[in-house]
Structure formats: structure tokens, C-alpha cells
Write a protein that binds this ligand. Structure first.
Ligand code: UDP
Length: 486
């Protein structure tokens, strides 16, 4: 019986970029602190997750009822990867309907008689689910919010939502600063997420986040997937603004279990990727992926493919159907890519095209991987940094613009090649950026040196040996100490 182990309930938003770090955090709490974990999610996500957990995992999966069609979403749309981008916010709004069922589930867990897991001590909820704070406190539990973004990105997003800087700008202004976060320096207006820029302060988007953030700040503490030494000004902002503990316990890393990672199957096994990469010289391959939700337009895909051919670089590219096609469209190389592209790169053994989902961590950890062309989603950033891989940034939405700014200005391991979903890109510019980052240029060498230093700082944060504890381990201990103080 696990009666004297701490029992923690975890509740991520229904997106791979949230579920993956939540699972990694669950594994860390299970392995390092001996906690028992119940992870709650909607039926389809739970079904997929149950096939991805290793048989030795004791994480308990619990379904919360949800029917997407009741909310004007397509049937079975329980994860952002099943949605076109304009429905993303609809799913976010639909999660408000989960409150009564969540309350009911928590009530049952608290009053579970002779349960193997014991009374839950704490709820760790997604930052999207600030409303769970009230339920935790009503039932006498602690509550922590886990922001799956880093400290800097969370801080900028919170501040930008609160102050809507574009509404206060004069017509000739192209830059702004965040009034309560001047340490973040200047932002260009193109670095504001589209939905935020379109907000007039009284629209659904603004009202939703205002409500969520009002509830979120009642939590007992913030967990972020970051390393304190690398995210000082972000963590400082969060501590100052919310006046509560902020635990930077990154990097949270989740490997694939076979071809399956957090319920999503890759078409290519990690072994097949490894075999392909093994045949390449060290530091010669560009990995390209835009995360679990973002897609390119057909013309952006064409330009990128042309750039890859013109540069002659080795690459692995995760290709998803372009904007103009259905999200689950089959791969149409003749329509999406230059004529004969796939055959040529196969013959020359220059590139690997992976449809929809690749074993990302395994690719980034391979010595042949030289750089990562990424949308700068926070998990991708962390997975790149822990392996010392510099980035070529193409931020597209939400806090990705802030992540890219952080990587360029504060860490020095990224060059931006494009910005935004609907930007026009030219293959010549992409080639120039690839050359700058991947060749032995002054900038490229400097970025690689910096990426190696960052990798060491991250490794140190997770060190727990011979009486030495890195900053993330100390933060994890402080978090569990605060949990015990019930
Ligand atoms: N991912 C993956 N294979 C892919 C694309 C993405 O394993 O082909 C994983 C990636 O490793 C990361 C997550 O999906 O852990 C994406 O999260 P991120 O925050 O980078 O972006 P999001 O999908 O939330 O925009």
C-alpha cells in the first residue's frame, strides 16, 4: 500500500505540448520523490496515453467526461492535434465545462475508502485550468500551476495579455515595452501573438484569459520547465508579480516508448532515425519540425524545400499537410513539394521526410544533428538546449515569439529566419540563415560554443550526486517540502 506516499493529481490541457511535459514531471515526481500520481484527462487522450506508458509505470490514468461535439467542435476532437488552428481557442473555451466533472472526480478521490493511492495532497494543474485552484482549496489540498512554457515566455504572455500594449501604442510606433516587465527590453509588434493583437480588450479572448489569470494567481505556487540560472528575469518577474514560490525544475524530458510518445505514434522508429543519422558526419544534419500544432502554407513549404536542395545540407523534416489541405490529408508530394524533390533527396541520400510525427528527442540527441529549425515551442526549445543544439527560429503563435526573443537576446543560441504563420519566406534567405548557423562562420561557431555551455548548465541543474544538488533538484525538494506542510 502506498498510504504514506504523497498522492498528486495532475491535469494537463489537451495538447501534446502540454501532456508531454506533464508526463515527464509525473515521472520525475514518481522516481525522485516516490509520489503516487493520478493523471486526469479526457477519454480519448487517456486511451492513447494508456498505450504509451511503460508497464512499470504506476501512474494512474483517470478519465474526465468530455464530448467535443457538445461544444461545436468536430466529433472526437479532444486534442489540439485533431483541430485546425481556428478551432484551438474553441477547445480552450470548452474546457471551462469540465469544472463540475473535475470537482466530482476530486471529491471521489478525497473520499476514496481503502484506495491504494491515499488522499491526494495536491493538484498540479495546467496554467489553462486556473479554476482548479478553488476546488483544491475547498477540499483542503495544495495547488500548484504548471506552466509548460518557460519563465520568460510565461511572464511576457501574462504581461502582454494584461496590458494589451498594442491598444496603447501611437499609430507610428512599431515597438513596445511591457510596463511591468522593462527587463525584457523592447518588442516589435510582430512579436505579439496574432490572437492578442486582434484583441480589443473586451473580446472573448481577452475576457477568457483575464478570468483564467484571476483564478490562477490564487494558486500556492508555480512550476516551470526551466533552469533557474538560464531564466533569471522570467522567474524574477513571476515571483515579484504573484508573490509566491516559483519552482524552476527543468529540464523535463520524456523519451519515446518505442514509436509512441505520450500517445502519439511516429511513422518512423527511433532505430530507423538513428540508423540514418549514424551514416552522417557529426554536426551535419538540420532537423526541422514545427511542433504538434503548427503547419506551413503550401508556398512556405515549397520555399523551404527549395532552400534545402539549394543548400545541399542533410536534413530530417517532419512534414504535415499544408494549411490549404485537410489536417488528416494523405501525403501529396507532387502538390506540396517541388517536382521530383522526394526522389532526388532519396537518391542523393540527403534528407529524410517524416510524415506528421518523428521521434524528436532521439533525433536531437544524435551527434549528427547540427541545428534545429523550430517554431520555438517551449518543449522543443528545452529538448534542443539539453542536447546542445542551436536553433533557427520561426516562431508562429502564442508565447513562441517570446521564446525566440529569449533565445536570441538572452541565451545567444538562435537566429530567427521568419516570424509568424502568414509571413512570406524566400528560399535564398533560408539558405543564408542555414549557412550562417551550420557552417563554420563566426556566428555559427559562437552559437555552438554557447549551446555547449548551456548544455552543461542544464546538466548541472539536474545533478544529484555526492551531496551536490543542482538548482532544479533543490527546487523539486522545496516543492515537495511545501507539499508536506499541510
Ligand atoms: N514532437 C515530437 N515529434 C514531432 C513533433 C513534436 O515528439 O514530430 C514533440 C516535441 O518533442 C515536443 C512536443 O511534441 O515535446 C511539442 O511541444 P512544443 O512545446 O515544442 O510545441 P507545441 O506542439 O506545443 O506547439
Amino acid at each position: 500500500m502506498a498510504q504514506n506516499k504523497e498522492h498528486i493529481v495532475m491535469f494537463p490541457f489537451m495538447a501534446q505540448g502540454h501532456i508531454i511535459p506533464f508526463l515527464a514531471l509525473a515521472q520525475l515526481l514518481e522516481q525522485k520523490k516516490g509520489c503516487t500520481i493520478t493523471l486526469i484527462n479526457t477519454p480519448l487522450n487517456i486511451k492513447k496515453l494508456s498505450s504509451s506508458l511503460s508497464p512499470s509505470s504506476s501512474i494512474r490514468l483517470l478519465e474526465i467526461p468530455f464530448k467535443s461535439s457538445d461544444h461545436g467542435l468536430p466529433p472526437d476532437a479532444e486534442n489540439t492535434n485533431a483541430l485546425t488552428r481556428h478551432l484551438f481557442f474553441k477547445l480552450v473555451q470548452a474546457t471551462l465545462s469540465l469544472k463540475p466533472s473535475f470537482k466530482h472526480l476530486m471529491h471521489n478521490l478525497v473520499h476514496e475508502r481503502n484506495g491504494q493511492h491515499g488522499r491526494p495532497a495536491c493538484i498540479i494543474s495546467d496554467i489553462f485550468f486556473g479554476w482548479t485552484t478553488e476546488i483544491a482549496h475547498e477540499l483542503g489540498m495544495r495547488h500548484a500551476v504548471f506552466s509548460t512554457a518557460g519563465g520568460f515566455g510565461t511572464a511576457c504572455y501574462y504581461s502582454a495579455c494584461l496590458h494589451l500594449p498594442h491598444l496603447k501604442a501611437k499609430s507610428d510606433e512599431t515597438e513596445f515595452t511591457l510596463p511591468d516587465f522593462p527587463e525584457a527590453n523592447k518588442f516589435h509588434f510582430s512579436q505579439l501573438p496574432e490572437s492578442l493583437r486582434a484583441s480589443n480588450g473586451t473580446d472573448l479572448f481577452a475576457l477568457h484569459w483575464k478570468k483564467i489569470f484571476t483564478e490562477t494567481v490564487k494558486t500556492d505556487g508555480f512550476i516551470i520547465n526551466a533552469v533557474e540560472e538560464l531564466d533569471r528575469i522570467g522567474t524574477m518577474y513571476l515571483r515579484k508579480t504573484f508573490n509566491m514560490p516559483v519552482w524552476a525544475i527543468g529540464p523535463l524530458l520524456l523519451s519515446s516508448n518505442g514509436t509512441n510518445r505520450a500517445g502519439r505514434e511516429a511513422k518512423l522508429t527511433p532505430e530507423a532515425c538513428k540508423n540514418w543519422l549514424d551514416a552522417k558526419t557529426p554536426n551535419s544534419v538540420l532537423y526541422i519540425s514545427f511542433g504538434s500544432q503548427n503547419i506551413l502554407s503550401k508556398s512556405q513549404m515549397m520555399q523551404l524545400a527549395m532552400a534545402l536542395e539549394a543548400s545541399g545540407k542533410n536534413f530530417i523534416w517532419v512534414v504535415r499537410p499544408p494549411l490549404e489541405y485537410d489536417i488528416d490529408s494523405e501525403f501529396k508530394e507532387d502538390e506540396w513539394l517541388p517536382k521530383g524533390f522526394v526522389q532526388r533527396i532519396k537518391t542523393q541520400n540527403k534528407g529524410l521526410i517524416v510524415e506528421n510525427w518523428a521521434p524528436q528527442v532521439e533525433i536531437l540527441s544524435h551527434k549528427a544533428t547540427s541545428a534545429f529549425l523550430s517554431h520555438c515551442g517551449w518543449n522543443s526549445v528545452v529538448e534542443s538546449l539539453i542536447h546542445g543544439v542551436p536553433l533557427i527560429g520561426w516562431p508562429m503563435a502564442s508565447e513562441q515569439f517570446f521564446n525566440a526573443k529569449y533565445l536570441v537576446e538572452q541565451v545567444g543560441v538562435c537566429v530567427e529566419v521568419a516570424r509568424g504563420r502568414s509571413c512570406e519566406v524566400r528560399h535564398e534567405d533560408i539558405v543564408a540563415t542555414m549557412d550562417l548557423v551550420m557552417n563554420a562562420t563566426e556566428k555559427g561557431n559562437q552559437m555552438r560554443r554557447k549551446a555547449c555551455e548551456v548544455k552543461e548548465i542544464i546538466k548541472d541543474a539536474m545533478k544529484d550526486e555526492d551531496g551536490y544538488k543542482g538548482s532544479s533538484i533543490k527546487a523539486l525538494e522545496d516543492f515537495s517540502y511545501c507539499l508536506m506542510e499541510l
